[in-house]
Design a protein around this ligand. Structure first.
Ligand code: UN1
Length: 508
């Protein structure tokens, strides 16, 4: 078999990407596989298992068994494994980054940033092993002690996307483990290679067997089996709105917990008093970084009419300088999109934009002549004169397409930002301190940036959004502990008498 990408960096070898169940690497019982493709050049990187419910059953059984012992391990001791995971991620940072670029296409500098995000998360959540604060509070009765403590939820099913294949997996797996849960993880079938590498790091760190189980496969088969499984207590999901809704409906009927992080339609507001040069740089970075395939990517620019023309001219000029290509090349600015289906979806939206009357400023078509011609490249695209009710201004495209919407004032800009169905990230460029604080209050998104683009969330803050972006939960930050733990209220009565709350009190 030929070695594929960047042999020198010692990274991706063609091979079979299989399951990890109860501490062992196992072929799927289905015996089915599908190819893994490098989106930059169409090269086959290997094949990934297509597991089904029978594989999921084995993984869940292993997790149930392992969690029984794990929940009794003191959290600071659990955290020791996480510190080791952090160290190993750091040691293997470059290889992991190369893998990410090979299988999902983001440029290498961003892939390194993504691995760093997982490292940060490992260290942060390891620290939680010595915090994981509960509360103590006074009891209303004498000689009685009251407190709340966190207990693990149990066995957690994780379903993660391809766009941040290690960072998002780290946001969910690390807090779940440190709080005493066991896991069954189904990564995206587009990024099985880095998923395997991440599990190998857990294995190398000596994590007891059965605590993390990897089931490679598709959403409709392996993912659905995870949602259906009676021993799965919680589903942590990041992905499309359509799939998230289905998961929530089914999990709701089964009374399972869900933590869902779904799309965005994020906007950058540029006011007439903004630093335009900074706004342009940030729009390019948030709009076309990761080829627009971040949940946090900017896909709308809401610009004050007084600076619209100037901003457009500067954006067109900046876009011209973006270099498309294989992300393994350090000089590439914009990599491919994930696959053929994504390419077609993006192009479909661009056609809709044109037919609904938006003005194409640049791009608007598949990029030709990039690399060997077999990759999935789309030209960075900017529309202007977009009206808030146009399809391209409302729906998530998940590609390198920006829509410029003009606004006459601040209030309208906020209103336009808020009237989409998603609420992940938003941003405003202005030098008016009053507007800054109004924006912090009124932008209806889970993340708000002032004088910075919509991307770049840090792992010690809550990540997630309002409205159809999520279901009220947050990844990362201390908020993640609320997802993976239950609150337990504990009362210790040391009076040696029957004391009746609400009755035997002196507060009458
Ligand atoms: C995502 O796109 O789902 O805030 C994650 C950011 C990154 C994470 C994005 N730190 O852009």
């Amino acid at each position: 078999m030929s070695l594929s990408i960047n042999e020198a960096a010692g990274v991706v070898k063609t091979g079979k990407y299989i399951n990890y169940i109860d501490g062992e690497w196992k072929e799927p019982l289905t015996g089915k596989y599908r190819p893994v493709i490098n989106p930059a050049n169409g090269e086959v990187l290997g094949e990934v298992a297509q597991s089904s419910a029978v594989d999921v059953d084995l993984a869940v059984a292993a997790a149930v068994k392992a969690q029984k012992e794990w929940r009794l391990v003191p959290a600071p001791e659990r955290a020791e494994y996480l510190f080791t995971v952090g160290r190993l991620l750091k040691e293997q940072k470059e290889n992991l980054a190369r893998m990410i670029t090979s299988e999902m296409g983001k440029v290498i500098e961003e892939a390194r940033g993504e691995v760093q995000e997982a490292i940060d998360m490992a260290h942060y959540m390891a620290g939680e092993g010595r915090r994981m604060f509960g509360e103590t509070m006074p009891s209303e009765l004498r000689n009685k002690f009251a407190m709340s403590i966190r207990v693990p939820v149990g066995v957690v099913g994780l379903i993660t996307p391809w766009n941040f294949p290690i960072a998002i997996a780290s946001w969910k797996s690390l807090p779940a483990l440190v709080t005493g849960n066991a896991l069954v993880w189904k990564p995206s079938p587009d990024t099985p290679i880095v998923a395997e590498a991440f599990v190998k790091i857990y294995e190398q760190a000596g994590l007891p067997k059965g605590l993390i189980n990897l089931v490679q496969g598709s959403g409709p088969e392996a993912g659905a089996a995870l949602v259906e499984h009676p021993d799965i207590d919680l589903i942590g999901f990041t992905g499309s709105n359509a799939v998230g809704k289905k998961i929530n409906e089914r999990a709701g009927a089964l009374l399972k917990r869900t933590s869902l992080e779904m799309g965005g339609k994020n906007a950058i507001i540029v006011m007439d008093d903004a630093n335009l040069d900074l706004a342009v740089e940030s729009i390019i970075w948030s709009g076309f970084g990761t080829t627009g395939q971040r949940c946090t990517a900017a896909s709308r620019v809401i610009v004050h009419e007084a600076v619209k023309q100037k901003l457009e001219a500067q954006l067109i000029d900046a876009v011209c300088h973006l270099k498309l290509g294989d992300g393994q090349d350090e000089s590439t600015d914009v990599g491919p999109v994930i696959n053929q289906a994504a390419l077609e979806k993006i192009d479909k939206y661009v056609r809709i934009g044109i037919s609904e009357g938006a003005t194409l400023l640049c791009g608007g078509k598949l990029a030709e002549g990039v690399g060997n011609g077999k990759g999935y490249y789309y030209e960075p695209t900017i529309f202007t004169d977009v009206k808030p009710d146009m399809t391209i201004a409302k729906e998530e495209i998940f590609g390198p397409v920006l829509s410029i919407i003009s606004t006459k004032d601040f209030e309208t800009a906020i209103k336009v930002n808020n009237e989409v169905s998603f609420g992940l990230s938003s941003s405003i460029f202005t030098s008016d301190v009053n507007r800054v604080f109004q924006a912090m209050r009124d932008l209806d998104t889970g993340i708000v940036y002032i004088n910075a683009g919509t991307t770049g969330a840090e792992i010690h803050l809550p990540f997630g959004g309002t409205k159809e972006t999520g279901n009220g939960h947050r990844d990362s930050g201390v908020a993640a502990l609320d997802v993976y733990t239950e609150w337990r209220a504990v009362y210790v009565d040391y009076s040696n008498t029957l004391q009746r709350a609400q009755i035997d009190t002196n507060t009458k």
